[in-house]
Design a protein around this ligand. Structure first.
Ligand SMILES: [Zn+2]
Ligand SMILES: [Zn+2]
Length: 1010
């Protein structure tokens, strides 16, 4: 196509309106073309250069991609394309998260089953096979959406967490932890999901808090007294009445003041003696009188009657008052009900004081037959019955509702219970200082997360409850001897084969149930070792990605070269999810940070600001946007909407707006260039004009471009993507389109060869090419399209994405010129304001404008006075000293506008005959241009203009006929009423005058003849 034939246009002409969605499909085909494989080549080109390491946070493909996933994908893509263009070698391996509760729950739903018993009945082998199949159910949709949005990542060889090799690496890492003595089995109160029948880790719990209303009950516990006297009650408070069935003790603070109050209950009909903390007397709703005051310590050891006689109590004393420092007086009564089966603190304090234990609730969160009236009822549903029972027994002082934050299962949404259970833990608490130290080496974006949300979480870190009493996951690689009780952690497949009692097949699937069959020989006693039935938390899987994706240490080269990551990014909810699990695993094994920079992204909201979710039915269909507006519009919206960490409001409507505002403006600028360049057969290779030889306008836009380049690079390096993209948008709309091109377009209209025209072409060409490269990581499609047409032959690289990112040329930055232009554009704005204040339209020429300002500013404006004159449509611009301000202010004919503290603009608003005439002519020009538009004429089509009007207007037309022709691309303008078939005519009223105008197209440059 670019064969250098002088008679052929150098560029391909374009359509005035772009169909971005179709253009993007063409670009996708181009990138995928045989032999082209643009993505792979863009990576391979940089091999041997410095690395920029990225780890993909693996999504799960058992659900469709959501707009939130698309947001993270485009942010990743922007950074990785940018770094590649900056010269780094940026490998991008995709990954899939495939294990865990999310997958199991989906399969349970499909099978219509609801608990673990039913899964076992169905068969673990069959169940796990279904799980495995389900995790790639929407792979095609994921791959398509990923490609369509332009996220370049290697999806042909992804890491998959269920692969044997991946599991083997995870096993290796757990063995490392086990060898350090950090993997242990504990009996602890842990967060527990009664539906999923498994424990959860504290970082999972941290993801699922919701504000809910629960009952708030004040319960009277009757103290046992030696002498038979009036009843005396201790008043306790709880928001989980069901835990009262497991009550073992009441705790008070030893040093705080408590009182015995005589309370008039039942509207004064009865009086009762009640003990509670003095500072909590507010909770009493009745009149009272204080009888005694004492420290909590004095209550210690007192016995009280059980509320309910149902549950069995094992080992140790029960139902007595203990003292504990953890009792607070911020809420409740200062008397804390203790149920060791349902609270971590409760459990610890009972163990310490050697008190008993009672657990009347089963694994599904339902009361057992120990509590006949509540048997089979889910604990949260039992609350109302328990309140009734207490009412009947006369032990309920009052009942309320209480709004508080309560944890729910992050996967199935069930309220979590705190349960004393046996499970396997990683001793993260003992690694707290190491976690803090590795976090110290990480840059967080936004920075406040480092010591805020994330740092606080680390400060209060708890041991990682790792085991899950479930089926589909990486099996916990611990075997326990049935003879001597010794445990052993297997760290590789080879080791498994070595230690197995019976031969293990070469292609053993490491999942349950197969792995459960493998029995090992005990080193110590020669007995049989059997695997602990649990699988592990799937967050540990994804947290192992930095090494497991490379099958480290069984293959070690890739890992060594790709650790730690330079960059990861996901949504803010991963702070306590993947961001934490990566750090935890890496700290436990390598004592090193797994990533050096982490960018936390906001969530996607709908148009009204509500979080987008399937259940709310407000999820925008991404595919419709791809088909209608295209990926670039979507990407550009995400980048400019706000800081990456802010939540984004999202709808098709806002994407359409973005396309109009930015992409169309970019396209129009490109279209303008290509249209004239094809007509003029402009070839950038023919011309070489140094920038300093060009006019101020050209030098200015080139200076602005270089300044912009500097600012964009600075901003992306700090992940301030919104700053970078908004600056580019401002440049394209205001500097390039609305100022440079608008003000320079006449230079392109000149027909003959001309130095100034060449300068304009070269300048616009250079700006567009640089802009393409600058924008390529943001909007990869339209930039590729433009590049393919105007720059490819020049650069001789086959894609804009193979190019280097532009770097600013400091020698082309003219700070003074940029300042001057800014000053002028401020004056233009002020002058327009003066006109509109005076009610004079911009087409009406005026005599003069006077700018009163400092000498420095006068110097700056002086060189650009022509622009000011033109923009404000005045015949003269005067620059005067500030000392003359009062003089102008006193004159009637001036409209005054203050520009800044030492600059004032005075617009002469007097009109004489010649000004009025000129105004009339400009009005005519505008009407003719409007008529050209009505006919949908090409930019460059020539016309003939005919008119009829009175003498006065005719005089004006004659005087300005040359001007009118120039402005409207007319070959002639004559007085005539000819109404040929090809003639388009219209009667106009201009001011008081009636004018008949007719136009006829006489020639049209064919824009698509080649
Ligand atoms: Zn659950
Ligand atoms: Zn043994």
């Amino acid at each position: 196509m670019f064969d250098g034939d002088r008679n052929m246009p150098y560029f391909r002409s374009e359509t005035q309106k772009a169909n971005f969605a179709r253009l993007e499909e063409e670009i996708l085909a181009l990138w995928d073309r045989d032999g082209e494989k643009t993505f792979e080549r863009s990576v391979a080109r940089r091999e041997g250069s410095d690395k920029f390491v990225f780890v993909e946070g693996p999504p799960t493909a058992n659900g469709l991609p959501h707009p939130g996933h698309i947001l993270t994908r485009v942010v990743k893509d922007l950074v990785l394309r940018y770094k590649t263009m900056r010269g780094f070698y940026v490998k991008r391996k995709a990954g899939w998260d495939t294990h865990g509760l999310p997958v199991e729950i989906e399969v349970e739903k499909e099978l219509g089953i609801n608990n673990k018993g039913e899964i076992e009945k169905y068969g673990v082998e069959k169940f796990n096979r279904r799980c495995k199949d389900s995790v790639f159910r929407y792979e095609k949709e994921w791959v398509n959406a990923t490609k369509r949005v332009g996220f370049w990542i290697d999806m042909d060889s992804p890491y998959i967490t269920f692969d044997n090799e991946y599991i083997e690496s995870v096993w290796w890492s757990l063995k490392e932890i086990w060898k350090k003595g950090l993997l242990y089995k504990g009996h602890k109160v842990v967060p527990y999901c009664p539906r999923c029948e498994t424990t959860l880790s504290s970082h999972e719990v941290a993801q699922g808090y919701q504000d809910v209303e629960d009952p708030s009950v004040y319960v009277k516990f009757k103290l046992k007294q030696e002498k038979e006297s009036e009843p005396l009650y201790l008043l306790a408070w709880t928001t989980t009445p069901w835990t009262l069935l497991g009550n073992i003790a009441l705790a008070v603070h030893p040093l705080h003041a408590y009182v015995k109050a005589r309370v008039k209950v039942k509207d004064g009909a009865k009086e009762e003696n009640i003990i509670l903390a003095e500072s909590r007397l507010d909770v009493l709703e009745d009149e009272y009188e204080i009888l005694e005051r004492f420290n909590g310590k004095e209550l210690e050891g007192m016995k009280y009657e059980r509320l309910f006689e149902y549950a069995k109590i094992e080992g140790g004393e029960s139902h007595k008052v203990i003292t504990a420092e953890f009792v607070t007086l911020e809420e409740g009564t200062g008397v804390v009900h203790i149920a060791p089966a349902f609270g971590e603190v409760d459990y610890e304090v009972c163990r310490e004081k050697k008190l008993g234990f009672s657990q009347p609730v089963n694994n599904e969160g339902r009361f057992t037959n120990e509590v006949p009236p509540l048997e089979g009822i889910f604990v949260k549903d039992a609350d109302k019955h328990i309140i009734e029972m207490m009412e009947q027994r006369g032990v309920l002082y009052k009942e309320d509702r209480h709004l508080h934050s309560y944890p729910f299962c992050w996967r199935c949404g069930s309220p979590l219970l705190y349960y004393a259970r046996e499970s396997w833990f990683i001793a993260m608490k003992s690694l707290r200082d190491n976690l803090l130290a590795t976090n110290e080496k990480i840059n967080w974006y936004p920075a406040h997360l480092k010591y805020g949300r994330f740092g606080n979480f680390l400060e209060n870190i708890e041991d990682w409850a790792l085991s899950r009493e479930r089926f589909w996951g990486t099996p916990l690689n611990i075997w326990i001897c049935t003879g001597c009780g010794k445990d052993y952690c297997v760290g590789s497949i080879e080791e498994l084969k070595d230690r197995a009692k019976n031969p293990v097949s070469g292609d053993l699937d490491l999942h349950r149930p197969y792995i459960d069959e493998v029995v090992l020989k005990c080193d110590a006693c020669g007995g049989e070792m059997r695997r602990v039935k649990d699988v592990i938390d799937c967050w540990y899987d994804s947290g192992s990605a930095p090494f497991a994706q490379w099958h480290y240490p069984f293959a070690d080269e890739e890992f060594k070269q790709n650790f730690p990551a330079d960059f990861i990014t996901e949504a803010i909810d991963q702070t306590r999810g993947w961001f934490y699990s990566l750090l935890a695993v890496s700290t436990a094994i390598f004592d090193a940070p797994p990533y050096l920079n982490v960018l936390s992204l906001g969530h996607i909201l709908d148009e009204k600001g509500v979080k987008m979710s399937k259940s709310k039915g407000n999820v925008v269909d991404i595919n419709a946007i791809f088909d209608n507006e295209g990926a670039d519009a979507l990407r550009w919206y995400f980048f400019t909407a706000g800081s990456p960490s802010d939540d984004v409001r999202f709808s098709e409507h806002v994407i359409i707006e973005k396309q109009k505002k930015f992409l169309n403006t970019l396209w129009n600028s490109y279209f303008f260039f290509v249209t004239y360049a094809t007509i003029d057969k402009f070839n950038p290779k023919d011309k070489e004009i140094a920038v300093e030889q060009r006019n101020a306008m050209d030098r200015w836009i080139i200076s602005r471009l270089n300044t912009l380049t500097k600012e964009v690079i600075d901003s992306i390096e700090r992940f301030e993507i919104h700053v970078a993209s908004r600056k580019i948008e401002d440049f394209v709309i205001n500097d390039l389109s609305n100022w440079y091109i608008r003000r320079s377009r006449r230079r392109f209209w000149i027909v003959e060869e001309n130095f100034d025209k060449d300068c304009a072409y070269l300048t616009l060409f250079e700006v567009l090419v640089s802009l393409c490269k600058l924008l390529a990581p943001f909007v990869p499609f339209v930039t590729e399209h433009i590049y393919q047409n105007i720059a490819r032959a020049e650069d001789e690289l086959e894609s804009v994405h193979l190019c280097d990112y532009p770097s600013p040329d400091e020698s082309l930055i003219e700070v003074e010129l940029e300042d001057s232009m800014e000053l002028v554009s401020g004056l233009v704005e002020a002058g327009r304001r003066a006109r509109s204040d005076a009610g004079i339209k911009i087409r009406q020429p005026l005599k003069e404008v006077v700018v009163v300002c400092s000498e420095g500013k006068r110097e700056k404006v002086a060189s650009l006075v022509g622009i000011l004159k033109d923009e404000l449509n005045v015949r003269d611009v005067k620059l005067e000293d500030v000392s003359l301000k009062n003089e102008f202010a006193a004159a009637d004919e001036y409209k005054q506008v203050e520009v800044d503290e030492d600059t004032t603009l005075f617009l002469d608003t007097c009109l004489d005959k010649s000004l009025i005439e000129e105004g009339l002519v400009r009005d005519l020009v505008r009407r003719i241009q409007g008529m050209r538009k009505d006919l949908d004429l090409e930019y460059t089509a020539k016309i003939r203009v005919m008119y009829e009007c009175d003498e006065e207007v005719k005089e004006a037309i004659n005087r300005f006929s040359e001007y009118i022709c120039e402005e409207t691309l007319a070959e002639s303008i004559e007085e005539s009423s000819a109404k040929g078939e090809q003639v388009y005519d219209k009667k106009w009223k201009i001011g008081e005058k009636e004018v008949y105008l007719a136009i006829e197209c006489v020639s049209s440059h064919s824009l698509s003849s080649h």
